[in-house]
Ligand binder design. Structure first.
Ligand code: GLU
Ligand code: MG
Length: 437
């Protein structure tokens, strides 16, 4: 069969979907300069392909400019086509970053972190997902036999991640029904978010090539566990030395880390609409699911929104290099770029305001009364997307981290998504999301 190999130029949009347009490989040099055409109203396409009320209407033109440094060329060597994806930035026709380009928003947040804290970010995304194919496997939690059934998948996926330049870290059978987890290597700056987008697509493509079907939806069954995205963060100083750890700090936090996490916790209820942005995200963010229900920092506690992770090293310079914390209140309905941008802005605000390092919890906060929680500065996180959107919209500090119209456009998009679910009960909503993520 004749063919002209194509590159898919892609953006991770407000719906957390990877969308774009393809062009012939032979045109790359031209397209890397001129981009491919893009349309403002595309940003209002919800995850269900409905179009939320758009301020742009049919007007305007944009460019999606593929970034050769965010290119993936993946040959599964199964006789099928070579996959080529290139993430890019959306600009206006004068090449200025577009206000609703998630990748550009992340770059701006990283710049702010550098400016206020003198630090740059290293991060890694840990993804949980579930197979929709293959039937139930009772008794399979962390089990070898279920792992073994998916060994071919896992080994193909690891090879595909390596070929895509992500670095394969681990693949494991998670606790939930048909649930697995995949992690790739950490990366600097916006690259880790690029890699999270690629990891999701590579996982889906691997499944497709093997006749399987997977979902990254936050929760399939409200009686079961959810699929989280845990974002591990650490910092480097100007000379490239680790800047996250201080042996003298509270639970080992450096001053910058303490203020950063304090900022994340302070603004968590107002940014969660960006990191856990679907209707069903809030079924997952409930106590005793090992996700996140309160704005607390836990020391090695998997029920906390932010957790200080264990280190295995003994000597202090290796500890400083390994030391990291994870943000657990995220899921794969969020664009990795947008989720990370929101977390970084909250942290940068904490550094700017010189917030003191938070206390570390090692207890079950769900047993405390609302008064007892409030006394210690904790809040129950929003319990619905509608409430989360309202908190984002009402928080002038948080709104101001983004371009002027961003909050209005984002909340309109998300309210359009909620409108598409009207009349559906919880089970039908779960089905709707697992079909599209
Ligand atoms: N599945 C849990 C979540 O929804 C996380 C379990 C774990 O700690 O890996 O975040
Ligand atoms: Mg896990």
């Amino acid at each position: 069969m004749i063919k002209t190999p194509l590159i898919f130029a892609a953006t991770s949009d407000l719906a957390g979907k990877t969308r774009g347009k393809a062009f012939p490989v032979a045109d790359l040099a031209k397209r890397a300069k001129r981009g491919v055409g893009w349309t403002p109203t595309n940003v209002m396409i919800t995850c269900f392909d409905t179009i939320a009320e758009s301020p742009f209407g049919s007007l305007g033109d944009l460019l999606l400019i593929p970034d050769e440094e965010a290119a993936v060329e993946l040959d599964f060597e199964d006789g099928g086509p070579v996959e080529r994806i290139m993430l890019g930035d959306i600009t206006d026709l004068d090449r200025r970053p577009w206000d609703f380009c998630t990748r550009s928003l992340l770059k701006a947040a990283l710049k702010r972190l550098k400016d206020v804290g003198g630090i740059s970010l290293v991060s890694a995304f840990e993804h949980e997902f579930q197979f929709k194919t293959g039937g139930d496997q009772p008794g399979g939690a962390f089990g070898h036999s279920v792992f073994s059934e998916r060994r071919v998948f896992g080994e193909t996926l690891m090879a595909a991640l390596e070929q895509s330049g992500l670095g394969a870290d681990t693949f494991m059978k998670e606790y939930g029904a048909n649930q697995f987890e995949v992690t790739n290597d950490p990366a600097q700056g916006h690259r880790s978010a690029d890699q999270a987008v690629i990891l999701r697509e590579v996982t889906r493509m691997t499944a497709q090539r093997l006749g399987e079907d997977v979902t990254f939806t936050p929760i399939r069954d409200p009686a079961g566990v959810g699929n989280g995205v845990h974002i591990h963060l650490s910092f480097l100083d100007d000379s490239g030395e680790p800047a996250t750890y201080d042996a003298e700090g509270v639970a080992g936090m450096s001053q910058a880390t303490g203020s950063f996490i304090a900022g994340v916790l302070k603004y968590l209820d107002s940014i969660i609409a960006l990191t856990a942005p679907s209707d069903v995200s809030y079924l997952r963010l409930t106590p005793h699911r090992w996700s996140a229900a309160y704005n607390n920092l836990g020391f090695r506690d998997r029920e906390a929104s932010v957790r200080i992770c264990p280190v295995t090293a003994q000597d202090s310079s290796s500890v400083a290099r390994q030391y990291n914390f994870e943000y657990r209140a995220a899921d794969a309905t969020a664009s990795p770029h947008l989720a990370l941008a929101a977390i970084i802005h909250a942290g940068a605000q904490g550094i700017e305001d010189a917030l003191p390092a938070p206390q570390v919890t090692e207890e079950d906060l769900s047993t405390l009364s609302a008064d007892a929680l409030a006394e210690r500065g904790y809040v129950r996180l929003p319990e619905t997307l509608a409430e989360a959107l309202q908190r984002f919209e009402d928080n002038a500090t948080v709104r101001a981290w983004f371009p002027a119209d961003f909050a209005a456009v984002y909340t309109a998009h998300k309210r359009g998504e909620l409108a598409a679910l009207e009349g559906k009960d919880t089970a039908a909503r779960c089905v709707a999301y697992e079909e599209v993520y």
